[in-house]
Design a protein around this ligand. Structure first.
Ligand code: DHK
Length: 146
Protein backbone atom coordinates (compact mmCIF):
# COMPACT_ATOMS: atom_id res chain seq x y z
CA UNK A 1 0.00 0.00 0.00
CA UNK A 2 1.31 3.48 -0.88
CA UNK A 3 2.00 5.88 1.99
CA UNK A 4 1.60 9.65 2.04
CA UNK A 5 3.54 11.63 4.62
CA UNK A 6 1.72 14.48 6.32
CA UNK A 7 4.45 16.67 7.80
CA UNK A 8 3.88 19.46 10.30
CA UNK A 9 6.36 22.08 11.38
CA UNK A 10 6.94 24.14 14.51
CA UNK A 11 4.23 24.86 17.05
CA UNK A 12 1.70 22.62 15.33
CA UNK A 13 2.02 20.19 18.25
CA UNK A 14 -0.01 22.83 20.10
CA UNK A 15 -2.83 22.72 17.55
CA UNK A 16 -6.17 23.00 19.36
CA UNK A 17 -4.58 24.88 22.26
CA UNK A 18 -2.64 27.76 20.69
CA UNK A 19 -4.46 30.82 19.30
CA UNK A 20 -7.71 28.90 18.68
CA UNK A 21 -9.20 32.02 17.09
CA UNK A 22 -6.68 31.53 14.26
CA UNK A 23 -5.98 27.78 14.23
CA UNK A 24 -9.21 26.35 15.68
CA UNK A 25 -9.81 23.89 18.50
CA UNK A 26 -9.14 20.63 16.69
CA UNK A 27 -5.90 18.82 17.41
CA UNK A 28 -3.38 17.07 15.17
CA UNK A 29 -4.93 13.78 16.33
CA UNK A 30 -8.27 14.99 14.89
CA UNK A 31 -6.47 15.95 11.66
CA UNK A 32 -4.88 12.50 11.45
CA UNK A 33 -8.23 10.79 11.94
CA UNK A 34 -9.90 12.89 9.19
CA UNK A 35 -7.04 12.34 6.73
CA UNK A 36 -6.90 8.60 7.39
CA UNK A 37 -10.59 8.32 6.57
CA UNK A 38 -10.06 10.02 3.18
CA UNK A 39 -6.87 8.06 2.45
CA UNK A 40 -8.65 4.76 3.15
CA UNK A 41 -11.32 5.74 0.63
CA UNK A 42 -8.57 6.16 -1.99
CA UNK A 43 -6.64 3.07 -0.90
CA UNK A 44 -3.46 4.59 0.49
CA UNK A 45 -2.01 4.94 3.98
CA UNK A 46 -0.87 8.07 5.81
CA UNK A 47 1.85 8.82 8.33
CA UNK A 48 1.38 12.12 10.17
CA UNK A 49 4.49 13.58 11.80
CA UNK A 50 5.27 16.84 13.59
CA UNK A 51 8.54 18.42 14.61
CA UNK A 52 9.70 21.76 15.89
CA UNK A 53 13.14 21.11 14.37
CA UNK A 54 13.98 22.06 10.78
CA UNK A 55 16.59 19.29 10.41
CA UNK A 56 14.07 16.64 11.49
CA UNK A 57 11.61 17.76 8.82
CA UNK A 58 14.40 17.67 6.22
CA UNK A 59 15.41 14.15 7.32
CA UNK A 60 11.79 12.97 6.99
CA UNK A 61 11.60 14.44 3.47
CA UNK A 62 14.82 12.60 2.56
CA UNK A 63 13.36 9.33 3.90
CA UNK A 64 10.21 9.99 1.87
CA UNK A 65 12.32 9.60 -1.29
CA UNK A 66 12.38 5.85 -0.56
CA UNK A 67 9.21 5.38 1.45
CA UNK A 68 6.42 7.76 0.40
CA UNK A 69 4.34 8.29 -2.71
CA UNK A 70 3.52 11.91 -1.84
CA UNK A 71 3.99 14.60 0.79
CA UNK A 72 1.45 16.93 2.36
CA UNK A 73 3.26 19.57 4.37
CA UNK A 74 2.35 22.40 6.68
CA UNK A 75 5.82 23.80 7.37
CA UNK A 76 4.47 26.34 9.90
CA UNK A 77 6.75 29.35 10.18
CA UNK A 78 9.44 27.51 8.18
CA UNK A 79 7.27 28.16 5.11
CA UNK A 80 8.46 31.74 5.23
CA UNK A 81 12.12 31.13 6.06
CA UNK A 82 13.40 27.74 4.99
CA UNK A 83 15.25 27.38 1.70
CA UNK A 84 16.60 24.12 3.20
CA UNK A 85 13.10 22.60 3.32
CA UNK A 86 12.48 23.82 -0.25
CA UNK A 87 15.73 22.16 -1.37
CA UNK A 88 14.76 18.89 0.35
CA UNK A 89 11.33 18.94 -1.32
CA UNK A 90 13.00 19.57 -4.68
CA UNK A 91 14.85 16.29 -4.14
CA UNK A 92 11.53 14.44 -3.74
CA UNK A 93 9.93 13.23 -6.95
CA UNK A 94 6.29 12.64 -5.97
CA UNK A 95 3.48 15.16 -5.55
CA UNK A 96 3.82 17.80 -2.83
CA UNK A 97 0.82 19.66 -1.42
CA UNK A 98 1.20 22.59 0.96
CA UNK A 99 -1.36 23.33 3.66
CA UNK A 100 -1.81 26.41 5.81
CA UNK A 101 -4.63 26.34 8.31
CA UNK A 102 -5.00 30.11 8.29
CA UNK A 103 -5.21 32.38 5.28
CA UNK A 104 -1.60 33.52 5.31
CA UNK A 105 -2.39 36.20 2.71
CA UNK A 106 -4.77 37.93 5.09
CA UNK A 107 -2.20 38.04 7.90
CA UNK A 108 1.10 39.89 8.51
CA UNK A 109 3.09 40.57 5.35
CA UNK A 110 5.97 38.31 6.51
CA UNK A 111 3.57 35.34 6.14
CA UNK A 112 2.59 36.19 2.56
CA UNK A 113 5.59 34.49 0.96
CA UNK A 114 6.25 30.77 1.23
CA UNK A 115 9.46 29.24 -0.14
CA UNK A 116 7.72 25.85 -0.19
CA UNK A 117 5.09 27.14 -2.66
CA UNK A 118 7.81 27.23 -5.32
CA UNK A 119 7.83 23.39 -5.18
CA UNK A 120 4.25 22.62 -4.16
CA UNK A 121 1.91 21.18 -6.78
CA UNK A 122 -0.99 22.78 -4.90
CA UNK A 123 -1.51 25.09 -1.95
CA UNK A 124 -4.44 25.29 0.45
CA UNK A 125 -4.70 28.22 2.86
CA UNK A 126 -7.49 29.47 5.07
CA UNK A 127 -9.67 26.35 5.09
CA UNK A 128 -8.91 25.67 8.76
CA UNK A 129 -7.86 22.12 9.61
CA UNK A 130 -10.27 20.90 6.90
CA UNK A 131 -7.48 21.86 4.49
CA UNK A 132 -5.58 18.70 5.44
CA UNK A 133 -8.44 16.38 4.48
CA UNK A 134 -8.97 18.34 1.25
CA UNK A 135 -5.27 18.01 0.45
CA UNK A 136 -5.48 14.27 1.18
CA UNK A 137 -8.39 13.99 -1.28
CA UNK A 138 -6.38 15.87 -3.92
CA UNK A 139 -3.42 13.59 -3.23
CA UNK A 140 -5.72 10.64 -3.97
CA UNK A 141 -6.54 12.14 -7.38
CA UNK A 142 -2.87 12.85 -8.13
CA UNK A 143 -1.76 9.33 -7.18
CA UNK A 144 -4.61 7.61 -9.02
CA UNK A 145 -5.66 9.76 -11.94
CA UNK A 146 -9.07 8.70 -13.32
C1 DHK B 1 1.07 27.92 10.75
C2 DHK B 1 2.01 28.61 11.43
O1 DHK B 1 2.55 28.11 12.54
C3 DHK B 1 2.46 29.94 11.00
O2 DHK B 1 3.80 30.20 11.33
C4 DHK B 1 2.24 30.18 9.52
C5 DHK B 1 0.57 28.35 9.43
C6 DHK B 1 0.82 29.80 9.14
C7 DHK B 1 -0.86 27.91 9.20
O3 DHK B 1 -1.73 28.73 8.90
O4 DHK B 1 -1.11 26.70 9.30
O5 DHK B 1 2.52 31.52 9.20
Amino acid sequence: MQTVLILNGPNLNLLGKRQPDIYGRETLADVEWACREVATEFGFGIRLLQSNAEHQIIDWIHQAREEAAGIIINPGAYSHTSIAILDALNAFEGPVLEVHISNIHKRESFRHHSFVSQRADGVIAGFGVEGYALATRRMGSLLRPR
